[in-house]
Design a protein around this ligand. Structure first.
Ligand code: ZN
Length: 374
């Protein structure tokens, strides 16, 4: 029992000692702390007190969340029929010509897929016949939706220069069916008189160099034919055009350019073309609508009549004709007939003595058109 009491006391004593010790270690209450400044100046022994500025960590800037892209409303592509676009529009005017080329077109479906290759075209344009034509363009998409559009093509005549009436006593000597071995002699005579003439040439003849020489000496070159085969060239329009263009190519080869003047083989009043009824009626209009001018004649030398005319006969026939056509004369001769070529010197001499002028034809020259007989 004594020992227990003793232990209790010892414990109590220890507790008291502990409490006292704790009280002594506690810092002084506020106001009892020494003034650090005073200490710094008042007591050298006190080491400098570093007043540390507290590092202020800046508040992080509030981060602005990126504006989200507005989600597009899902747009519905409207389903439509294919669209055909006609280049140059649905109505065009085209000058009459030997051929027609479509200005172009394209097509697409409602998703923008190109359907141009699927376009089907119907309708026909006759490019050399003045009139209005319809061309139809149709296309279908994969689902069978289809579109059809129509283009109106108006074929119009080519504008031609105005005809200018020449002074009185103007003569247009014309020579058909060359060039040939007589052409050089003829060109020499024309040069001697400083007269100009017109050559309606045959494309498949030799002496093509004479075409070049005639052109360079100031004479006019016109198309006559390539073969002079009536049955072949008047068989149909296309046969005539083929013949015409073969001749044009020969002329271009020799002169550097195509011509716009021509003479129908047999003249526009020929009956040899009756293998094809009405072709002269059609061709005379077609060729002029396309910008080519044809010339018949009002003075015939008769050199191709098959009669045995001498050069004097021919000279007299031509001079007689000139007297009758003192306004202007278009004289028909053929340089393939030597007697006709030989007559030219005398014709020019008579003309000079009587105040006539000898000129080459062009698009402003007056025309002589015979009455078409087919
Ligand atoms: Zn002829």
């Amino acid at each position: 029992m004594k020992r227990s009491i003793c232990a209790v006391w010892i414990c109590a004593l220890l507790i008291l000692l502990t409490v006292s010790a704790c009280r002594m270690q506690q810092p002084d209450p506020i106001g009892a702390q020494p003034d650090p400044t005073e200490a710094a100046f008042g007591d050298d022994t006190v080491e400098a007190i570093v007043v540390s500025t507290p590092v202020v960590t800046p508040e992080p800037l509030p981060t602005v969340p990126p504006t989200p892209e507005p989600t597009p409303e899902p747009t519905e592509v409207p389903i439509t029929d294919p669209v055909i676009t006609l280049i140059e529009g649905d109505s065009i005017r085209v000058p009459a010509d030997f051929s027609f080329s479509d200005p172009g077109y394209f097509a697409e479906d409602y998703l923008g897929n190109n359907l141009t290759a699927r376009i089907e075209i119907s309708g026909e344009v006759v490019p050399y016949v003045v009139g209005t034509y319809d061309i139809t363009y149709s296309v279908a998409d994969d689902e069978g939706r289809s579109t059809t559009v129509v283009r109106h093509v108006e074929i119009v005549p080519v504008e031609m220069p105005e005809i200018v009436m020449p002074p009185e006593k103007t003569v247009y000597l014309t020579f058909d069916d060359g060039p040939c071995g007589n052409t050089a002699l003829l060109l020499d005579v024309l040069k001697k008189h400083n007269a100009k003439a017109t050559f309606f040439i045959i494309g498949n003849k030799g002496r093509k160099d004479m075409i070049k020489r005639a052109y360079e000496e100031g004479h006019a070159i016109g198309v006559h034919t390539y073969t002079h085969e009536y049955k072949q060239m008047y068989k149909n329009e296309q046969a005539f055009f083929d013949d015409f263009w073969k001749t044009q190519e020969v002329i271009k080869e020799q002169t550097g350019s195509y011509t716009r003047i021509f003479r129908f083989p047999g003249g526009s009043a020929n009956t040899a073309s009756r293998v094809n009824k009405g072709i002269m009626t059609r061709l005379t209009k077609i060729m002029e609508d396309m910008g080519y001018r044809y010339f018949d004649w009002n003075v015939a030398s008769g050199d191709a009549s098959g009669k045995p005319y001498t050069s004097t006969d021919i000279r007299n026939r031509v001079v007689g004709g000139l007297k009758k056509h003192s306004d202007f004369a278009i004289v028909l001769q053929h340089d393939i007939h030597l007697q006709s070529v030989k007559a030219v010197d005398a014709i020019l001499t008579w003309g000079e003595e009587n105040g006539y002028t000898f000129l080459a034809l062009d698009l402003t020259s007056p025309v002589v058109h015979s009455e078409v007989a087919n």
